[in-house]
Design a protein around this ligand. Structure first.
Ligand SMILES: C[S@@+](CC[C@H](N)C(=O)[O-])C[C@H]1O[C@@H](n2cnc3c(N)ncnc32)[C@H](O)[C@@H]1O
Length: 478
């Protein structure tokens, strides 16, 4: 399609202000910017903004599109029944995503089988799955089919499932328009359509919204609390090939008297896989309910207060204090001693997040497998981009706090003692940890045995979190 209807073409045609407004779902500036009925403006109005366009201005096979139901005729204008947006799938050619149009305040309410378009969450998941090897790949809950656009260029075979038949119909259109062929689309819930099958990569942006009832298939399932995400995680190992990976977006409950990390850690532990769960955001129940009532454009409707109240009461009945949003990564590492890591990372991480997942799992496994003796014998190396910050009163000889900060990757910080800071300053992979610590103890006047005794407990988290890596060691699995 040499029409200019691409991400760059639309942005250029709209200009920065209207394009930014459109990203906030505000269409008025874009309507103003496309008042001239040039061909690109007509396409933007028709497919993106969803307003009627005069048949004379739409340079398209109108009759065919009307017959397939993608356009409806209204007098001498046509209007699209779907939303068709250009998408950056990183592939060679242009990609398009077909979905239902996002509902805006004042629109008729959403249909229960609404097919949600590709957005920020879709892009996040696409990034997360980016580095994992994909021979046979599964997109569970494909919706508009966007994940498949990212998987197809590097997977030998892609299977996409959804419980919503309309979603599969629109997904097939997305793939066809994007030149993606050979995808197996299967209808059914969770892993039912792939019973007995295994995959090298499973990705899912599931219907994770935790709500008292299932009103919209694209986001809610009617399962109790966060059971859908838990079940998704729990059933995954039976569908991972040896060495396979899974990448999910998920929501989980924070419940009074329970540590959320224990809750999500429990999900991962049940799998027997290596697992990493990351909380990127947490909202209190009111914020959460508002977010999702706004998502379905119910703000200001007559039912708003009642729904809000019911949803909050339901949370209250389960002692819910908040809802976490984040990622879950699983790896069938084959280890008899799987590692599980659950943490909060709210800072922007270095893209692509998929490469980071691989790195984090590798570092956490390395730390997990090193005995205390191995750690002292290892030749450690400080990671690229780690900087040291010393905080203290102006003019003071000694800092009150020393922080190691990663400027790359997960961009974590760690508060460390003077010995670890000194070690980070000298460890370049040349000498083992033990003689380095002995030299540091001598310089700082500390008891060398005490320094060596404390070191493994202090160094293991720094290795697990990627501040230090093992250049070489006499490591043996613990
Ligand atoms: C949030 S949308 C994700 C769409 C798309 N994959 C993306 O990344 O943007 C969730 C999808 O899961 C589907 N879904 C809902 N319940 C499901 C179930 N029980 N089993 C499989 N898919 C389900 C919905 O129809 C919807 O298409």
């Amino acid at each position: 399609m040499e029409t200019g209807y691409s991400i760059d073409g639309v942005r250029e045609r709209l200009g920065d202000m209207a394009a930014s407004a459109l990203a906030r779902e505000e269409i008025v500036p874009a309507l103003r910017a496309t008042r001239d009925a040039d061909p690109l403006a007509a396409l933007i109005r028709l497919w993106w903004l969803g307003v009627p366009v005069s048949m004379a201005a739409a340079d398209l096979p109108l009759q065919d599109l009307i017959e397939t139901g993608l356009l409806v005729r209204l007098g001498d204008t046509v209007q699209a029944t779907v939303h068709l947006q250009p998408w950056d799938a990183g592939a060679a050619g242009p990609a398009y995503v077909v979905s239902d149009r996002k509902v805006r305040p004042g629109d008729p309410s959403l249909r229960p089988d609404h097919v949600v378009g590709a957005g920020g969450a879709s892009a996040n998941l696409a990034q997360l799955g980016w580095a994992a090897p994909a021979g046979r790949a599964l997109d569970l809950g494909t919706g508009c089919g966007v994940q498949v656009l990212h998987l197809a260029p590097r997977a030998g075979q892609v299977v996409a499932t959804d419980v919503n038949r309309r979603a599969l119909r629109l997904a097939r259109l997305s793939w066809e328009l994007s030149g993606v062929h050979g995808v197996e689309a299967r209808e059914g819930s969770m892993y039912d359509p792939v019973d007995g099958e295994r995959f090298d990569l499973v990705v899912s942006n599931p219907p994770f919204v935790i709500a008292p009832e299932a009103r919209y298939t694209y986001r809610e399932t009617g399962r109790h609390g966060d059971d859908f995400c838990r079940e998704l995680v729990r059933r995954t190992p039976r569908h991972l090939a040896q060495g396979g990976h899974a990448r999910f977006l998920a929501n989980w409950l924070h419940v009074k008297g329970e540590d959320w990390q224990d809750r999500v850690g429990g999900w991962l532990t049940e799998t027997g896989c290596d697992g990493w769960a990351v909380q990127r955001d947490v909202q209190d129940p009111a914020e959460y309910v508002e977010l999702w009532l706004r998502d379905s454009a119910e703000h200001g409707t007559s039912a708003y207060r009642e729904r809000y109240d019911e949803w909050l009461a339901w949370f209250e009945s389960m002692d819910v204090t908040g809802v976490g949003f984040g990622w879950i990564a699983l790896h069938d590492s084959g280890s008899l001693s799987p590692l599980v890591r659950v943490e909060e990372l709210t800072q922007p991480v270095e893209p692509p997040a998929g490469a980071l997942v691989e790195e984090v799992l590798r570092a956490a496994r390395a730390a997990h497998e090193l005995s205390d003796g191995d750690l002292l014998d290892a030749r450690l190396r400080v990671a690229d981009g780690v900087v040291e910050e010393r905080v203290g009163p102006p003019g003071a000889d000694d800092p009150s706090r020393i922080v190691l900060r990663q400027t790359r990757g997960a961009r974590r910080t760690a508060t460390v003692g003077t010995v670890e800071a000194a070690l980070a300053g000298v460890c370049d992979g040349d000498l083992p940890t033990r003689p380095l610590l002995a030299a540091i103890a001598e310089l700082t006047g500390e008891d060398p045995d005490a320094v060596l005794g404390r070191a493994p407990a202090a160094l293991r988290p720094l290795v697990a979190e990627g501040f230090l890596s093992v250049a070489s060691s006499a490591a043996s699995p613990r």
